[in-house]
Design a protein around this ligand. Structure first.
Ligand code: GDP
Ligand code: MG
Length: 378
């Protein structure tokens, strides 16, 4: 459903409507200034301007409906089991976020499916050897910032720990500060990876000094922020960084109940020509199983197949795991929440109700669309 006219959106953004019209053409939408565009298109458009669109109203109402259907009771303490941390990598452009994630993925992710295509599902699960045995860490990658901001706009949180990458030859830059602010606003603990220490011009102490001015005091200077010098290129220090993440997670005592219907967040979703709607889900609580009836955003479905971050088919997945699923009727948005419900009929009913609410709130359109600044890009 259409939610806002190009003219009104341009006003809200403080941009030239003609500029938006050409952006829309680039997105394959041919519209005039007075024409209204749908929420998904608004989301894609404003993202180019570092904003995230939020549709107010519909979410809250359908949430209430879901809560009733789910009849969720509070977890008993004895049902809560330790879960891996969900980690995001942030920092200034070119400071090495992608290189670091690639290094971790390529060297630390246990073997991939033989002969299988290495697919990128937007998250990687890494196993780290610690003094207390093997520990898992879930890294959000492509495009982690999208899910992060979309979630923020929807008022939920997916990240437990933020890794702030700062290049030792460049120091604290605008997006470094932005990342610190975002993480602190979300109450997410920061671990600093002082990167590129292999470079001749690297000066880790200067980075520490600069970070101090932004409230991050390194442990070895009497503060509480863990800072690990690394090279995403040579891999130096990466093991220590992973250990520190595991340690931090241990301190946080992250827990979830694996013995109930799964719920969590859509990290990515797309329409695949062969396979239909494909979504990557981050499970936040419960265990997701093949065959489960599910609601994700505005759509329902039944899990037809499920793959882990290595592309391996799996029958079930527990808290903090990311899986790619098939079986949704349509493509949800990144940041949408998902819920397993008792049967397909219920899933359809909730999805229909949500679509109806979305249409209704679309009628009240421009009041309902609000914009928020996007998170620093990965
Ligand atoms: P991003 O924008 O933060 O994702 O940064 P990238 O990972 O794309 O890295 C930007 C550039 O820095 C690339 O050319 C990388 O090869 C290089 N780079 C990243 N990490 C290191 C490192 O530890 N050492 C060196 N020498 N170069 C690095
Ligand atoms: Mg990058």
């Amino acid at each position: 459903p259409e939610v806002i006219s190009v003219r009104e959106l341009a006003e809200k953004m403080g941009e030239d409507p003609n500029k938006l019209i050409s952006d829309l053409i680039a997105l394959g939408k041919f519209v005039t200034i007075n024409q209204a565009i749908d929420f998904e298109t608004v989301s894609k458009l404003v993202e180019k301007y570092g904003k995230v669109a939020k549709l107010e109203g519909a979410e809250e109402e359908s949430e209430a409906l879901l809560e009733k259907e789910l009849e969720e009771t509070e977890d008993r303490p004895e049902d809560l089991k330790p879960r891996p941390p969900v980690v995001t990598v942030m920092g200034h452009v070119d400071h090495g976020k992608t290189t670091l994630l690639d290094y971790i993925r390529n060297t630390k992710v246990a073997e991939r499916e033989a002969g299988g295509i290495t697919q990128h599902i937007g998250a990687s699960v890494v196993e780290v050897e610690t003094s207390e045995g093997k520990k898992k860490i879930t890294f959000l990658d492509t495009p982690g910032h999208e899910a992060f901001t979309a979630m923020r706009a929807r008022g939920a949180q997916i990240t437990d720990i933020a890794i702030l990458v700062v290049a030792a030859d460049d120091g604290v830059m605008p997006q470094t500060i932005e990342a610190i602010n975002h993480a602190q606003a979300a109450g997410v603990p920061i671990i600093v990876a002082i990167n590129k220490i292999d470079k001749p011009g690297a000066n880790p102490d200067r980075v520490k000094q600069e970070l101090t001015q932004h409230g991050l005091i390194p442990e070895d200077w009497g503060g509480t922020t863990i800072m690990v010098p690394v090279s995403a290129k040579t891999g130096e220090g990466v093991d220590e960084l992973l250990e520190m993440i595991a340690l931090q997670a241990e301190l946080m005592e992250l827990k979830a109940n694996p013995n109930k219907k799964a719920r969590g967040v859509v990290l990515e979703a797309k329409l695949d020509k062969q396979r239909g709607p494909v979504a990557t889900l981050l499970i936040q609580s419960g265990t997701l199983k093949v065959g489960d009836p599910i609601v994700a955003g505005l759509y329902s479905g039944k899990i037809r197949a499920m793959f882990d971050d290595k592309g391996k088919p799996v029958k079930e997945a527990g808290p903090s795991m990311a899986v790619e699923i098939l079986g949704l009727e349509d493509v949800p948005l990144a940041g949408d929440k998902f819920y397993v419900v008792k049967d397909e009929k219920t899933a359809r009913k909730i999805a229909e109700k949500r679509q109806e609410l979305a249409r209704e709130s679309a009628l009240e359109k421009e009041k309902r669309v609000s914009l928020e600044d996007l998170f620093a890009q990965i």
